[in-house]
Design a protein around this ligand. Sequence first.
Ligand SMILES: C[S@@+](CC[C@H](N)C(=O)[O-])C[C@H]1O[C@@H](n2cnc3c(N)ncnc32)[C@H](O)[C@@H]1O
Length: 379
Amino acid sequence: METVFTYVATCLFGLEKPLGAEIDALGLRRLFTMDGRVAFSGTAADCARANINIRCAERVYILVGSFPAPTFDALYEGTKALEWESFIGRDDAFPVKGHSIKSALTSIPDCQRIIKKAAADRLGGRYGLLRMPETGVKYQIEFFIFKNEAHLMLDTSGVALHKRGYRPAANAAPLRETLAAALVMNARLRDDVLLWDPFCGSGTIAIEGVMLMTNRAPGLFRSFAGEKFAALPQKLWDDARDEAEAAVRDTDFRARGSDIDPDAITTARANARRAGVSKYIDFFTADATKIQKPDCRGTLICNPPYGERMLSMRDAEILYRAMGTTFRAMEPWQVYVLTSCEYFEKLYGRRADAVRKLYNGMIPCYLYQFFRKQSKDRV
Ligand SMILES: C[S@@+](CC[C@H](N)C(=O)[O-])C[C@H]1O[C@@H](n2cnc3c(N)ncnc32)[C@H](O)[C@@H]1O
């Protein structure tokens, strides 16, 4: 019978729900959800499919084992009891990193040292070696200790999954590709509805929107650490890539990206070219507070400057007021604005139909969603 692994996909806080939906859409069985992670079960082939296709995940790990670890002794014994030799060969390297939350073991360097020693003792015993050479394939061990329960995993992604490969160059405050993907998934885009990001910067939202609508897998053009794992044969990755490539579709969907900074537009165009989606996106220079609604249906999705990294708070407030005037005149277009400003609705002049808390990296943000026809409820 085919081996079934337990996988853990990690994500930015707030993206657990869209990540879970993506796991479901791949036909995989969800096991549990925690802050920033969703566990699921699947075959070795499913690891390749998850890495290549999931838009919201940061990494996909194999869960090697979980056990109570209230003390360093328990951490050592629990780690040593796991079957590391099922994955890691006699020459392979196995660096350790991780973190601990709400647990008795708080020293990360000590946890790292103990896990490393326990795994090395286990593998050395199995392979009859006093010292593991660690000259072969890299198996990154990641530990996560939460409420005194240790979860030990192997990273199958390597470079984080938000790095699709199309954005070597980004502007000053780029949006994580995984978060941009979640924004476009949330907006329920349609082929006959124009997507416009009027603060496009390096173009991430428009590019992720087209990738979604053309069914382009985000991992189609990059490699993964797991491709070198003995337990995950290369053929599985090649098959998953072929499957993803065959699923790409052409569409009438179109997007616009505009920005006040001409250099950002140059960067965005280059990124779209690398992503293979140029023909779907019109990038141009424009002041977002002066745009006008074209004669079609549309959706605006943007993350304007926050008044932290790019603008002073006062300038951001002036901008948000001007956005209110311009964007509200574009109704019935739907509008989605991601910003860290807690009182954005007041400046914008309309109460959002829904607000969702998300994290852009470490910055807590709010996604203000305006999708109902405007009533007179100014705030
Ligand atoms: C937070 S960044 C957007 C990042 C973008 N989502 C990305 O992934 O690269 C904000 C962008 O707004 C642009 N900007 C600032 N004021 C603007 C305005 N009045 N009209 C249009 N763009 C503006 C900046 O040039 C910057 O590129």
